[in-house]
Design a protein. Structure first.
Length: 228
């Protein structure tokens, strides 16, 4: 097969070491061993961003699409994208529609063969697992932010707290009202009686309205969730 190659290093600091040369050497050795003709190798330095921000990668894709080129060869999947899902997307949208081959040396994947396609299928399984893990981390992160009082979802802060720079912080004035509610509740006063006391003494609810037995009850429910 006639192939184009693509290699990259993630930072300029790697440019002078053996990384690029090693990738070239391994690709050349692979092609020689299997009788492939390596037409050109594109080299990317200081990449690491999205594919559309990598000029040499874009040149590689353009060359791959020309007539007479049978496939693309890379050392590892992460040369194409950071995640397995990126590699699968590249294959499904660029490689497969043109009946080209994708060769990944380190994984011994050659999609021009049945075995290679099967191996890419295995990679797709990892892509799904990877996606699930990312979603799980996102969900766990949201829970962690909630536990550390980060104002994550933009919902209205509960009475006793307020939003500052997307974080929940203690509202000292409202905390004083909560303490009043707690004391009166412990003394045996009803929710309605507590509401009347707060309104009579000029205390307002979160919405700036007069207190009611229901609004007092909501505060007590958060204070004593099992008792109310």
């Amino acid at each position: 097969m006639k192939l184009v190659g693509y290699i990259r290093v993630s930072s300029a600091g790697q440019e002078d070491n053996t990384s690029l040369d090693e990738q070239v050497s391994r690709i050349n050795a692979y092609c020689q061993a299997l009788g492939h003709e390596l037409i050109h190798i594109y080299r990317e330095v200081k990449s690491g961003g999205r594919a559309d921000n990598r000029p040499e990668f874009q040149k590689t894709v353009a060359h791959l699409q020309t007539e007479g080129i049978d496939g693309l060869i890379v050392i590892k999947p992460d040369r194409l994208g950071r995640r397995a899902s990126d590699v699968l997307s590249f294959f499904d949208n660029i490689i497969a529609p043109q009946n080209k081959a994708l060769i990944i040396v380190e994984n011994n994947i050659d999609t021009s063969t049945a075995t290679g396609k099967m191996m890419l299928g295995v990679l797709s399984v990892f892509a799904e697992f990877e996606k699930d893990q990312i979603n799980k981390r996102t969900g766990d992160g949201r829970k962690a932010r909630a536990k550390t009082s980060e104002y994550a979802n933009g919902g209205a802060p509960k009475f006793g707290s307020k939003a500052e720079n997307k974080n929940l912080v203690i509202d000292d004035e409202e905390q004083k009202v909560i303490e009043i509610i707690r004391r009166h509740h412990k003394s045996g006063k009803s929710q309605r009686a507590i509401a009347e006391y707060l309104t009579k003494n000029g205390y307002k609810s979160k919405q700036g309205k007069a207190w009611s037995g229901t609004s007092v009850g909501r505060v007590l429910t958060r204070m004593y969730p099992k008792a109310n």
